[in-house]
Ligand binder design. Structure first.
Ligand code: CUA
Length: 295
């Protein structure tokens, strides 16, 4: 062969990486990005797509090449080459995936943290002290576990900046609907209405079985569990209407358990609150809607 095979391999590898990068830049499989954490999520998706493309083309290409190049020739009845192993090769093909997996793991963790996945959730002052008492009350009574105040925060995506004033919304999931209550203004709604560019804190609890709150355009999904509050904080960035989908098989009509989140411009949201507040009281309603609920 005129060209050394190591050079061919190097050139093919470079072409492969360039193709992977090109595909990753041009992949367009995700829906609209409508929350502040969508761009970082999409970056991770692109990186994974680049790695996946390189691996897919590399492996499938090598298999097809080998099938053709090393096929049995006519009249060749001999055995194959007795290859007993190749230590450097084995080290390389162990080390490369290890580095890739480690990189993806650390990168994913970093993004989860940037979304608020590591933020402390249960810092609403009275909660901890209240918890044992509440549990005792709940165990004693057979009443509904979600009696007004959340008993315990189970997990979720928290606020990135606890100082930032988030709009609190209480979410109740049941077979087969989501209900949204705005503690500040006592609005009860079947649709979630939120202003853009302001953090929203959902405190979610299920009435019956496990559901999951999912908004693909926000790149967020969080389980909703009976008896245990979960939190989901996000900042919508793009006014519009997006689907809320239940993403946990919760019964025969699970597929129909959908709602809508309407992201308003801030002024339009205030107008919506005013229109829908049960007792028509001017700006005070809006102002109190902004305060985090007393747990
Ligand atoms: Cu609720 Cu599926």
């Amino acid at each position: 062969m005129a060209i050394p095979s190591s050079l061919v391999t190097l050139l093919l590898g470079m072409a492969l990486v360039l193709i992977g990068l090109w595909v990753g830049q041009n992949v367009n499989l995700l829906p609209l990005d409508a929350s502040s954490n969508a761009p970082v999520y999409d970056d991770l998706f692109r990186v994974l797509f680049v790695i996946g493309t390189i691996l897919f083309i590399g492996i499938v290409g090598l298999v097809i090449f080998s099938l053709i190049r090393f096929r049995r020739r006519e009249g060749d009845d001999g055995d194959g080459l007795p290859i007993e192993g190749n230590l450097p090769l084995e080290i390389v093909w162990t080390a490369i995936p290890a580095v890739v997996v480690l990189f993806v793991g650390i990168y994913s963790y970093d993004i989860y943290e940037r979304m608020g996945g590591m933020a402390p959730l249960n810092d609403h002052s009275a909660h901890m002290a209240h918890q044992a008492q509440l549990m005792a009350v709940q165990q004693a009574s057979t009443g509904s576990p979600s009696g007004g105040e959340p008993s315990r925060v189970w997990g979720g995506i928290g606020p990135l900046d606890p100082a930032e004033e988030a709009l609190p919304v209480e979410v109740t999931a049941m077979q087969f609907a989501f209900l949204f209550r705005y503690p500040g203004s006592d609005i009860l709604s079947g649709e979630l209405h939120v202003p853009s560019d302001r953090p929203v804190e959902l405190r979610m609890e299920a009435k019956d079985v496990i559901h999951a709150f999912w908004v693909p355009q926000f790149r967020l999904k969080q389980d909703v569990i009976p008896g245990q509050t979960t939190v989901l904080t996000f900042t919508p960035t793009r006014p519009g209407s997006y689907p809320i989908v239940c993403a946990e098989l919760c019964g025969p009509y699970h597929g129909g358990m959908r709602s809508t989140v309407v992201v308003h411009e801030p002024e339009d949201f205030e107008a919506w609150v005013q229109r829908n507040a049960p007792a028509p009281s001017p700006p005070a309603t809006v102002a109190s809607a902004a305060v985090t609920p007393v747990a």
